[in-house]
Design a protein around this ligand. Structure first.
Ligand code: DC
Length: 225
């Protein structure tokens, strides 16, 4: 039977992962966080001393990069880099910027494309990222472009980092978010953009509950659930 897929794209800090995970749980679908996959490549580049902005250097290490994803009993998507669980390490603030850099290289995107698509072949999925509706799953049953004002996104990212016990300042986060959005939007390959058939959901003035209710109602209506 054809699996169902829900594509959620949008800029950094729009609440994609929290909302996509909660939606997947409600529907009994698998949640796939594709940003975590790019983060894993970024960590590999950092560890191997490759310049994340240098396509040839990053492409060169892909042959030595084995990425695996598995779901723990905690229901969390764990990422493995050459067999090592790097789930926590890829969340470091520094890795966000590096991930955006490595994600701009076509070789990296090609390397990860089939891996992402295979998840949607095997399961009903809620998949979030930047190019899910436009490139990875153009046939997705529902596409949502989730966004919020940069200031609101920076506030949420700050709260998330502080909760994880990491040090962070609002100004720095806002600047990083704006820089990363610009980088993700203007890259020539698979840039962040709203698919023509995606529904726009702006969560600037919505809290988590309100955002989830809005998202769920869009999805249920489109999929006739
Ligand atoms: O969603 P995130 O912050 O974990 O993503 C990290 C970076 O990975 C983001 O800046 C852009 C890149 N990315 C991408 O290019 N395509 C995706 N489908 C997911 C993430």
């Amino acid at each position: 039977m054809q699996q169902r897929s829900i594509a959620i794209d949008g800029p950094a800090g729009a609440g994609k992962s929290t909302l996509a995970r909660a939606l997947a749980q409600r529907l009994g679908y698998l949640y796939v966080d594709t940003g975590a996959i790019y983060r894993t490549v970024a960590l590999q580049a950092k560890r191997q001393g490759a310049d994340p902005g240098n396509a040839a250097q990053v492409a060169d290490l892909l042959g030595r990069t084995e990425i695996r994803m598995a779901y723990g009993t905690d229901g969390i998507q764990h990422m493995y880099l050459n067999g090592e669980d790097v789930t926590r390490e890829i969340r470091a603030h520094e890795i966000s910027g590096l991930a955006s850099q490595v994600a701009a290289h076509p070789q990296v995107r090609d390397f990860l494309l089939e891996f992402q698509r295979s998840q949607a072949r095997d399961h009903d999925v809620v998949m979030d990222g930047r190019d899910i509706g436009t490139v990875v799953l153009p046939q997705a049953g529902v596409k949502v472009f989730l966004t919020a004002a940069p200031e609101a996104r920076a506030q949420r990212r700050l709260a998330e980092l502080l909760q994880r016990g990491q040090q962070a300042q609002l100004d720095g986060i806002l600047a990083d978010i704006i820089r990363r959005d610009e980088q993700d939007r203007t890259r020539p390959v698979a840039p962040l953009r709203q698919a023509e058939d995606a529904v726009l959901l702006d969560t600037t003035d919505l809290d988590l509950e309100g955002s989830l209710a809005a998202l769920e109602s869009i999805v249920r209506e489109r999929l006739s659930l």
